[in-house]
Design a protein around this ligand. Sequence first.
Ligand SMILES: Nc1ncnc2c1ncn2[C@@H]1O[C@H](COP(=O)(O)OP(=O)(O)OP(=O)(O)O)[C@@H](O)[C@H]1O
Ligand SMILES: [Mg+2]
Length: 239
Amino acid sequence: MTAIIEINDLTKSYRTGKAVDGVTLTVRRGEIFGIAGPNGAGKTTLVECASGLRRPDGGTLRVLGLDPYEDRHALLQRIGAQLQEAALPDAIKVGEALRMYASFYDRPADWRAVMDAWGLSDRRRVRFANLSGGWKQRLFIALALVGNPEVVFLDELTTGLDPAARRTTWGLIREMRERGVTVVLVTHFMDEAEALCDRLAIVDRGRVVAEGSPAELIAKAGAGSLENAYFALTEREPA
Ligand SMILES: Nc1ncnc2c1ncn2[C@@H]1O[C@H](COP(=O)(O)OP(=O)(O)OP(=O)(O)O)[C@@H](O)[C@H]1O
Ligand SMILES: [Mg+2]
């Protein structure tokens, strides 16, 4: 097992209180690793710390052997991120966005090949504002990949997608894994976690309450499904 992300006793507070409260977890090279948990559990904060966007208060964090905050310029060359509430200027065209993102990297992929691989070539001249939600998501995946990253962070990538687009996106995420990319996937959908994730962590109130494969979590909770395991492990019952 090669660890690509190692998080040890990580803490991060805002003025509003503790968002991440002693998280320890390991992501292995080449896996799809899920992060699930209730609203406000600290998932986005954790992903923002791991991608160098926020400085943790305590603990240690290594991504590709680098300290994400101290070494963020080196790290940004090697990771891709689709962050929750991502946006682009309305007027930018699909091709322009990909070309611009590619220019941020020392060793980018061929942006035209990425555009082609993700089915975006026919929409190359379409402005961001005129793409449907599903095509925007597809563009965000392509943008996260145009730098040829070793690790990709996807924060609620499929929220707001129709069932067909969600399934299409699942296929795209599996394709990333087949290309050797390690994927960290924040999701609220337990069917999605069950279908895609090799392992996942369930986070509640800034802490990891369980970590393992979907089958291990189901067994640990003595539940019949990952969704029921989620409720048991977070001690949150549906209203
Ligand atoms: N920029 C910020 N300033 C102050 N408090 C914040 C900030 N961002 C997040 N928080 C708080 O930190 C906690 C964790 O938020 P975070 O966004 O990491 O949760 P999350 O698990 O991603 O939630 P969701 O499922 O709703 O996306 C919450 O209590 C939130 O209100
Ligand atoms: Mg979030």
